[in-house]
Write a protein that binds this ligand. Structure first.
Ligand code: PBG
Ligand code: ZN
Length: 322
């Protein structure tokens, strides 16, 4: 049947009719909120390039958690800014490190699901995601040993899920082994499997103060145009024992999300990163776009592409609108 018998507009004629045939829906449980703790501050801090994103001191966990949970969001991804940085990022795996303290405080005072981002770049004085050789190149195999130690310290502090974001080879296997050896057999790994070398991380590095001093991350993060390589990265992470896989960034990589969804049966996360958020915020602040609609459309697009869960700085705002 074709026009004039067939009319697509029949199912678009009312709000109720459209709701009935909706193929993709967002729910607060889809969202994971990234949250930052800074060991050097006493009061909540903001960052110009990330309007609405707060950095918290190591206190007031009950209020932080209840504010988040009142929006309907129950999952967070924790980042830390340490008191001191050094060449080997020792703050990342210190027993009394910033993230370890934040995690145990939050777990003690709330029932939030706490995911720990695992990397060294916030903790190294050179800003790279691992330890460097004399030429300034990240040494893979020494770095993943430190990732293992970091994972154990985060799980010891009470982290529900460990999320390694450093893009080192063999990191998932090394972390799985370290966690199991330490008795954390039931702590899942959310692998930043296909993490691209993206300019969209800029505002995050303002918040986390983690831009590399010399060089860049092109030697370990993936080049933006490589779709097949992204599938190999995911495949390896699955083989190494990842429980959840991730594509990052999200908006400019919807094809990668779709292909990962079609190829793999694991839960799939997508990270709407700082630059994606900051661009929407900036345009909205100029009055150039309708922020609420663009926020929802960007998140719906990520879910329609195949993501089961979305890490987003819009988590609370979006959840409140649903
Ligand atoms: C740490 C890490 C980064 C992000 C998440 N984990 C920064 C980076 O790789 O440079 C970026 C998140 C964002 O931009 O929102 N490796
Ligand atoms: Zn890093």
């Amino acid at each position: 049947m074709m026009y004039p018998e067939m009319r697509m507009r029949r199912l678009r004629q009312s709000e109720k009719m459209r709701e009935l045939v909706a193929e993709t829906r967002l729910h607060p449980s889809d969202f994971i909120l990234p949250i930052f703790f800074d060991q050097n501050i006493k009061n909540v801090k903001t960052t110009d390039s990330m309007p609405g994103v707060k950095t918290f001191p190591l206190s007031g966990y009950e209020k932080i958690a209840s504010d988040i949970q009142s929006s309907g969001v129950d999952s967070i991804l924790v980042f830390g800014i340490p008191e001191k940085k050094d060449a080997v990022g020792s703050g990342a795996y210190a027993k009394d490190g910033v993230v370890q303290k934040a995690i145990s405080g939050l777990k003690e005072k709330s029932d939030l699901l706490v995911i720990a981002d695992l990397c060294l770049c916030e903790y190294t004085d050179h800003g790279h995601c691992g330890v460097l050789d004399d030429d300034g190149c990240v040494i893979n195999d020494e770095t993943i040993e430190l990732y293992g130690r970091t994972a154990v310290s985060q799980a010891d502090a009470g982290a529900d899920i460990i999320a390694p974001s450093g893009m080192m080879d063999g990191q998932i296997a090394a972390i799985r082994r370290a966690l199991d050896d330490a008795g954390h057999k039931n702590v899942p790994i959310m692998a930043y499997s296909a993490k691209f070398y993206s300019a969209y991380y800029g505002p995050f590095r303002d918040v986390a103060n983690s831009a590399p001093g010399k060089g860049n991350r092109a030697g370990y993060q993936m080049q933006c145009g490589n779709r097949l390589e992204a599938m190999r990265e995911i495949e390896l992470d699955v083989a190494e024992g990842a429980d959840i896989i991730m594509v990052k960034p999200a908006g400019p990589y919807l094809d990668i999300i779709r292909e990962a969804r079609d190829r793999f049966d694991l839960p799939l996360a997508a990270y709407q990163v700082s630059g994606e958020y900051a661009m929407i915020k900036a345009a909205a602040q100029n009055g150039w776009i309708d922020e609420e609609r663009i926020m929802m459309e960007s998140l719906l697009g990520i879910k329609r592409a195949g993501a089961d869960m979305i890490i987003t700085y819009y988590a609370e705002e979006a959840a409140r609108m649903l």
